[in-house]
Write a protein that binds this ligand. Structure first.
Ligand code: NDP
Ligand code: MG
Length: 393
């Protein structure tokens, strides 16, 4: 039986992963090694019982007692804390879902790659902060990384059987987020609750707000550069309000292969789970006559400054991705807590990128875990200072 682990099992991607695994036979078909979560201990314990997991881990030490109690009598081991999450990744698995949110997903992903199996990667922050390290670790251990982010799964699928050298350009689409049609001068007043609604996708709170600011798309263009190894000039973003075309790949003969599908993450998760086969997945089948039309337009840089910052990061490379992601996480926390406004997020991240790149050499540093963690901490400290002083935002 295939041994599987799910990191971030209680989140949006995690729940969809558990749903597919359950539909595909659950504990009769899979040997579930470890499930991890955070505060949602009741859900984690239920998932662990349903899938008969060997162990369940919450990343928060203060949630340990509740998890232990919820698992009482089940024979399932309980553990807590970031180290316990990383140790769960040391337990050999053939297929691991990386669906923790934020930079916290990096270490478990790196540790899971050491088993030489498959890492289904939803945690885009791993590639943005430490892309070369992640890809090299996979190569060193004969492991495979399969993208789960919908755009990247789409690109991966359009490249099956193709010569990568024949790729001319890669286009990823963006819905435009919650404020796509708001007048620009209203954006400064946008609240976290307003930003946390998505026109098409049902996702976790943080990525939904990142979709409104397009920080999500900014992370994704960097993810394309790191995963597919293309030049930034070959990567284009288009606003596509219907969210049905996820990505398009243009080849040197002028052909364009597009990947379309319903806005349901179970497609990309199911593709990574069943690769290289295609399984029957419970996603809506598109009815093009009813859809009628698909729209595309260039994103307005004034509305989406995060995309401009992503270009700066891709040009700098090195540790710039780690700085960018950490500053973004800090700015997002501050926005969610009401300490800064919606537009200030991009201003803070831009200021951190400028300041940290003056203080350190972002370009030449080796992408080791230590260097990535240091750059991450430096960026968070710098963001905290800027946010504290930023009453004008
Ligand atoms: P959610 O916020 O819904 O879930 C995050 C998961 O991580 C939960 O299990 C949460 O636990 C756990 N978690 C939170 N903080 C930590 C931490 N510090 N250490 C360890 N675990 C933690 O996120 P999503 O499922 O939306 O996203 C997960 C990842 O997938 C992100 O990287 C996101 O960018 C990416 N992604 C998501 C998509 C989506 O459709 N949702 C689409 C494409 C990519 P708990 O909830 O129990 O506190
Ligand atoms: Mg995506």
């Amino acid at each position: 039986m295939r041994r599987i682990s799910i990191f971030g099992a209680t989140g949006s991607i995690g729940v969809n992963t558990v749903d597919l695994i359950t539909r595909q036979g659950g504990s009769d078909a899979y040997d579930v090694v470890a499930l991890t979560g955070g505060r949602n201990v009741a859900r984690l314990a239920q998932q662990a019982r349903d899938l008969r997991a060997d162990m369940a881990v919450t990343c928060f030490p203060e949630c340990y007692t509740a998890l232990k109690e919820a698992l009482a009598g089940s024979g399932i081991a309980a553990a807590a804390g970031p180290d316990a999450v990383a140790e769960a990744a040391d337990r050999p698995a053939d297929w691991t879902m990386s669906a923790i949110v934020g930079a916290a997903g990096l270490v478990p992903g790196l540790r899971a790659l050491r088993h030489g199996g498959t890492l289904a990667l939803a945690n885009k922050e791993s590639l943005v902060t430490a892309g070369p390290l992640l890809m090299q670790t996979a190569r060193d251990h004969g492991a495979r990384i399969l993208p789960v982010d919908s755009e990247h799964s789409a690109i991966f699928q359009t490249l099956v059987g193709e010569d990568p050298a024949a790729v001319e350009r890669i286009i990823i689409t963006a819905s435009g987020g919650a404020f796509r049609d708001w007048p620009l001068d209203r954006l400064a007043t946008a609240t976290p609750a307003q930003a946390a609604t998505h026109p098409n996708w049902d996702m976790g709170q943080r990525i939904t707000i990142d979709s409104a600011s397009m920080f999500n798309k900014a992370l994704e263009v960097i993810e394309v550069q790191e995963y597919f190894g293309v030049d930034p000039t070959q990567i284009q973003v288009l606003v596509h309000p219907e969210s049905l075309v996820h990505a398009m790949v243009g080849f040197r003969d002028g052909a364009i292969m597009a990947h379309l599908g319903a806005a349901d993450m179970r497609h990309a998760i199911g593709y990574a789970l069943n690769w290289p086969d295609r399984a029957n997945l419970p996603v809506e089948r598109l009815d093009f006559a009813r859809i009628g039309q698909l729209n595309f337009r260039d994103p307005d840089p004034a509305r989406y400054p995060a995309l401009v910052l992503a270009r700066q990061v891709m040009a700098t490379r090195g540790l710039a991705g780690a700085v960018f992601n950490a500053a973004k996480e800090a700015a997002l926390d501050a926005f969610i807590d009401g300490r800064i406004g919606f537009l200030a997020m991009a201003e803070v991240v831009g200021a951190v990128l400028d300041r940290v790149s003056h203080e350190t050499s972002l370009t030449n540093a080796v992408i080791s875990l230590d260097n990535v963690m240091q750059a991450d901490q430096l960026a968070r400290d710098c963001a905290a200072q800027i946010i504290k002083k930023s009453k004008q935002y």
